[in-house]
Design a protein. Structure first.
Length: 64
């Protein structure tokens, strides 16, 4: 994936950022894969919690 983005010519001003959120119990999703996807182009990974979804959404809004 990173190789494809590099070939596309995206730079820091014209990028597609991936923000990944893992919900569920340990073992129901692969946090390492979600972290890798998010790191491809300066996004980030967060472990989701139904009690803190408002904060996650606020953080995402700050990115835009």
């Amino acid at each position: 994936m990173k190789q494809e983005l590099t070939k596309s010519g995206f730079n820091s001003d014209e990028r597609i950022a991936f923000f990944t959120i893992g919900y569920g119990e340990d073992g129901e999703f692969n946090a390492d894969i979600l972290k890798t996807i998010a790191s491809v182009n300066s996004g980030y990974y967060r472990k989701g919690d139904p009690n803190t979804i408002d904060q996650v959404m606020t953080n995402l809004q700050l990115e835009f």
